[in-house]
Design a protein around this ligand. Structure first.
Ligand code: EPZ
Length: 432
């Protein structure tokens, strides 16, 4: 068990590189289960959610070879089971993608209800179930286990999603890839990682069209063969560092990104008085003067991402005046507000909306991450704060950010990683 010790109030300056997108990687790895042959996947982020998924596949009989730090070869030709350890599946949300991939390949899937960050109650999968049922599967959920079975291959049909769901869109694309006939997913999500999954599947021989629009058409093919694929850069990782520079001040060039994916974030930061310059495959973020208040409402892509809501709200705590942030995607994504309050913030939450009164500065305090992006937001608060902030539960952060501490320290942050149950002064280490 680890915690981060941040000595705050240092400006961030310099250059950093962005890793491969977590939410693309966790869709593409299960997709590899449907490929008959070796897929080489490049630009894979080194994060715990990816490790967990790879372990699940290994346990099912996949052969996984590491080619270099960011590249692996996956060969699932010998996988002969639709079953993996439920305990491992429960650790991550993306395990639900095994339903689509296994149903497509074996006509059967036994998958533990997904875990992942808790944004209020059980995160529903009714749209996934509705889609697979329409394609001819029998789906039951008993004692936290989803069992989906189909006598023959899934059959293509038209599915209208009642809510724009990233997970259901991806899962149904997976199910449709080896199905009989054409599947049309209407009211589909349009996130960059959905386009990335479609590109991966097409490069392995699938026929997926329209990804990135609200209507995706998948014509089922008989088999997928091996190939190479490189995962897109992580939109949210890049956005998190943009927010960090906005909070601390300084000038950072964020490299290896697709600036278009960041438009929704860049626009808000500019409204707040931050300079954001598109450099083609990089972006320059600079904050010198005071921050201006603004209002933010999260929406499915290309709207402002819910996965950036805690980070932007944290920056808005330091803006002059009152800002309003509404999360229209998740019901209860403001749990981190109690932790920010320990650092002096003034935020009032009413349902899905937060009213943020600007404060001159955060004050360092002992706090706890409540989920992945909340954890990232607390790191941002700690970086901007006067004094020392100690963050517990950092395993959440490590689920989705590759080498966050070394990246931030390379920009001038002062973050040490300490271990529970031991004398901090002895076991603390500074990662450079
Ligand atoms: C994905 O979760 C991401 N996770 C989340 O990122 C992200 O917050 C979310 O999309 C929204 O962008 C992964 O990609 C692994 P949804 P997902 O299905 O697919 C409702 C992060 O921090 N809904 O798009 O689970 C649901 O309750 C994480 O990286 C239904 O009602 O989200 C929510 O209100 C956390 N029925 C909304 O739709 C369903 O069957 C969007 O959920 C499915 C969803």
């Amino acid at each position: 068990m680890t915690k981060y010790v941040i000595n705050g109030a240092n400006e961030l300056n310099g250059e950093i590189e962005i890793s491969g997108a977590k939410n693309a990687a966790v869709a593409i790895i299960p997709a590899a289960l449907m490929v008959d042959g070796v897929c080489r996947i490049e630009n894979l982020p080194d994060i715990s959610d990816v490790k967990t998924l790879l372990n699940i596949l290994k346990e099912m009989g996949a052969r996984i070879k590491s080619v270099n730090k960011r590249t692996i070869d996956i060969d699932c030709s010998r996988v002969g089971t639709s079953h993996a350890t439920f305990d491992m599946m429960r650790r991550i949300r993306a395990s639900y993608y095994l339903i689509g991939a296994l149903l497509s390949r074996f006509g059967r899937a036994d998958v533990a209800m997904p875990g992942g960050c808790n944004f209020g109650g059980v995160r529903p999968i009714d749209q996934h179930i509705k889609g697979f049922t329409a394609m001819g599967a029998n789906v039951h959920v008993r004692n936290g286990i989803v069992t989906a079975v189909t006598d023959e291959a899934l059959s293509g049909t038209t599915i209208y999603l009642d809510v724009v769901s990233v997970g259901a869109t991806i899962n149904l694309m997976l199910g449709a890839t080896l199905a009989k006939g054409m599947t049309v997913i209407e009211n589909a999500a349009r996130e960059p990682h959905i386009v990335d999954l479609a590109n991966f599947l097409n490069s392995m021989g699938a026929d997926v069209r329209g990804a990135g629009t609200s209507e995706i058409k998948v014509r089922g093919v008989r088999r997928l063969g091996g190939g190479f694929y490189s995962i897109i850069p992580d939109q949210i990782e890049a956005g998190t560092y943009m927010a960090a520079v906005a909070a601390t001040g300084g000038r950072v060039i964020i490299k290896d990104i697709i600036p278009k994916h960041l438009d929704c974030i860049s626009v808000k930061l500019r409204e707040m008085g931050v300079t954001v310059v598109d450099l083609g495959d990089a972006i320059m973020v600079e904050r010198k003067g005071p921050l201006t208040r603004t209002h933010v409402k999260t929406m499915p892509y290309p709207g402002f991402p819910t996965d950036m809501q805690p980070q932007i709200s944290t920056v808005l705590c330091l803006a002059d005046g009152t800002s309003i942030v509404t999360d229209s995607v998740w019901e209860d994504r403001f749990k981190y507000v109690d932790e920010l309050a320990k650092m002096g913030s003034s935020i009032r939450v009413d349902g899905r909306t937060a009213l943020i009164e600007g404060i001159p500065y955060f004050t360092g305090a002992p706090i706890k991450a409540t989920d992945l992006r909340a954890g990232a937001a607390l790191v941002i608060a700690g970086l901007a704060a006067k004094g020392r902030t100690v963050i517990e539960n950092v395993h959440y952060i490590e689920r989705g950010y590759e080498k966050m501490i070394s990246k931030l320290n390379s920009l001038g942050a002062d973050i040490k990683v300490a271990h529970y149950g031991r004398e901090d002064s002895i076991f603390r280490r500074r990662i450079g």
